[in-house]
Design a protein around this ligand. Sequence first.
Ligand code: ADP
Length: 664
Amino acid sequence: MWLSRWFRPPRYLLKLFLAIMLVLAATLGWLGWRLLEQDRALENQRTQERLDNAADLIETSLLRQFSESEDQLTGLSALSDPELSARASGLTGQSAGSAVIIIFRPQGVDAYPRNGLVYYPFLSSAREAPTSTFEAGEALEFQQKDPAKAITVFRELSRSKDPLIRAGALLRLGRNLRKVQQPREALDVYDELEQLGATPIGGLPAELLARHARCVLLDELKRTIQVKQEAGALYANLHSGRWQISRGAYRFYAQETRRWYSPDAELQAREREALATTASVELLWEEWQRIHRGEGLSAGHRSLWLFERPMLLAWRTTSDRLVALVAGPHYLEQHWLLSLQPLMDRQGVRLALTDAEGHLVLGQFSARPSRQAVRSSSETRLPWTLHVASGDPQAELAQQANRHRLLILGFTLLITFVLVCIYFIVRAVTRELEVARLQSDFVSAVSHEFRTPLASLRQLSELLTDGRVSSEQRRQEYYEGLSRESERLYRLVESLLDFGRMEAGAREYDFELLEPAKLVRVVVDDFSQEISERGYRVEITDCDRLPAVRADQEALSRALWNLLDNAVKYSPHRRTIWVETAREDGQVAIRVRDQGLGIAPHEHRQIFKKFVRATSAKTAGARGTGLGLAMVQHIVSAHGGEVRVSNQPSGGSMFTMLLPPAKE
Ligand code: ADP
């Protein structure tokens, strides 16, 4: 029903407009979505550019630091021996044990700090006591199996002024004392031997040999606590690089100490650190050998993964020496990353360095960073791959989400605004169309109202002028008919003009004191005459002692006439109309009641608007202009009263004009 009304012309124009507007709103929505997408892409691009920029800056800064370090090495390698040692120890002093300067020379390997290496890839042969010195004692010990005599010989030798002879003699003396079951004396001898420190015996320091021998002896004596203590101290000294020993010696003594002592996790970590540095030096040594063969690189740098930690090697060579920096993760962090920190903070990024095998060398590295700038080692000449990611990706995402929310809100508001506009435009146009329709209905209704009396007038005047009416009585009737029709026409025109004036607010009322019952009676009398021919009658019920009202007689009569006229017009089957005067809520009520078509309750308010006609009337095909009730409304309002309509339980409707009683 509602839809079918929509499909009547000129609604299609409205539909077209609506469709265009909806397409517009949809386009707006689509544009908004596209904008969001673009914004996202742009933001990604901006972030990527920022990261690339930061990566470039970091790369430049790292390269600068790198070349500074390499320049230092070049400077070092050009120095003469004593200066070189002084400068090297000065340099590594700054690195707080996390880096070692290594110098390879034909005469041996030097490490700065001196205890930086756990073992040495190459040991220059030191002067030792000639083995012939101990031949006599050893012959007694091993061939004649007479340790007691051997003790006398070795004790004699242990008093030598030459520490080399003394060291060799003490070691042998201790061994023989153990053989003759004099462990306490042996322990004293080892104590004395320990005092000789690095004095070499068979390429090993006297101190190391003495302390190890003490541990073995203490173990034999079941002095568990003491052996554990001494083995622990030996272990610590071994890993702090106290002695220049070979890898084999280190391995042997490290394993030996573990027989009596198990280091904790922290010590093990330190051991691995020292071993990583030492292993790096071993690799450098191999490189140095290659350089001698004309194969290795005379200068370079390399990142290595040793003992689960990243190591950096940088070296320079001259014809007779190699100077290298061996740095662990702590050194890299302290010297390189820390100096980069302000730059990273400014750029809002964080850095991770990985080696060729993907090990994390430095920094934080998230496995799947949303966006990052990567610089591979082949691009940068650095030994690592650089990964530069956002410093706080969560905050960035939140910021982006906020901007998107704002954009979405903006577009939603825009679309809502467009939809609201569409609604109001459609409503206004619908109303205009409705008014246009009502007006056209009105024009056709008015034309019809005019046509009926005009047709009668024309017919009657034709009959009269043609002289075709012979009977005087008939002629008289025709004249009366002429007068009645012209009166009807006049009333119609008058009421239209009157309505026009009312609408324009130009209708003047001539108020006077009136008795409502009397006015009703006069109007009903006139009206009854008009309708009696058609078989209708009006029944009046008066109310006694009704107060007077201040009213314009003509206007109020017209209002009542309109109500009566409607009652008759819309009661095709019941021919009685009831009129009552009464008091209602302290007011004077004039009621007109019928048992006709009635009015649907939802139309009760509408029918007082001009041109509006109820469905029941239209369905029954009753003619009308839709002005009568609007006029009644105008008049009653001008009198300070109101009009009400209600349906009757027995069918039909009742209109009530409520007028305020006149003040005395
Ligand atoms: P009209 O010239 O159409 O009668 P009115 O303004 O007098 O115009 O009335 C408006 C509409 O109210 C009518 O078209 C009719 O549908 C409805 N109406 C008015 N009076 C009655 C009534 N007594 N019974 C049923 N319907 C009525």
